[in-house]
Design a protein around this ligand. Sequence first.
Ligand SMILES: [Mn+2]
Length: 344
Amino acid sequence: MQNMKDFDPNKASTKNSGIFGLPHSDNEAKLVLIPISWDATTSYKNGTSNGPEALFKASKYVELFDMTLLDFFEFGIALDEQSHNISKWNKKARKRAIPIIEKGGVLLSNRDRTLVNEVDDLCSNMNSYVSERVTHQLDKNKIVGIVGGDHSVSLGAIKSLLKKFPNLGVLQIDAHCDLREAFEGFKYSHASIMFNVIEETDLKKLVQVGIRDYCPEECNRIENSSERIETFFEENIIDKKYSGKNWNAICKEIISTLPDEVYVSFDIDGLDPSLCPNTGTPVPGGLLYQEALYLIKEIVKSGKKIIGFDLVEVAPGKNGDLDANVGAHLLYKLSGWCLKSQEN
Ligand SMILES: [Mn+2]
């Protein structure tokens, strides 16, 4: 890395530095993080479209050294450009989605149906942008991470990655299954992301962890998926934990269901909401920060490769910036384990 020799990880980050205070351009970086400021269909609280900017700011205060990962950041991490179109489409879609969400997705008039179609079209534009951007970076031999935005941003990324890695499996850390067929009327809702992945791709394995808020339709879908979807519900994890099974053994169980190439789709609401109080749809319970990281670390230690990832639903709050701080640390460690796993 040409400008790496002048870089000192012991010093505070400089004003014009990149994400995590690093000096890399996206040409120099091995890992490119693609920001998608999107919250068109968030149902409870919006604000996750401000995630990428808040994460970028908070990232400057993340300590670069890691006793296990060491100086992995020398591979280079850069944040891709923000797309002006994404913000424009998001504003348009959000404006049209709000009256529908307020009615609980019950479409009463032709006008309602027109609004829903317009939202779906704008979401399709976003999906295409993510797909194209990911393919563009993969063609340049980069590894990609998507920085959301709500969870719907993952679809385009998974589609493009499946072309390069047809046998990849998705590990989804989330409070929700996201397996509803459309939610509140919208085809590309954040709450339907994994339904769309299952329907629109040949993904062989989806492994869900942390799930604690779901509906009967989603349970049926999991049961009838012939193990294409494997769900580690929080209630079952807690039963095992409280009867003495340790987290290491539970992680091994989870990891045994994953193929060798793993895409991590990390919805911050999979964590305990005290770590992400401003996320769009917080649910009590959830993984601790260190449990989630331990799982990621064990995946890499087991010899599997993380071929890409996303971090979604991080929303900065008005009071303090805990959400962004937790998110930035998580993003850094995910980046690290992803880069480290390329040696596998
Ligand atoms: Mn989700």
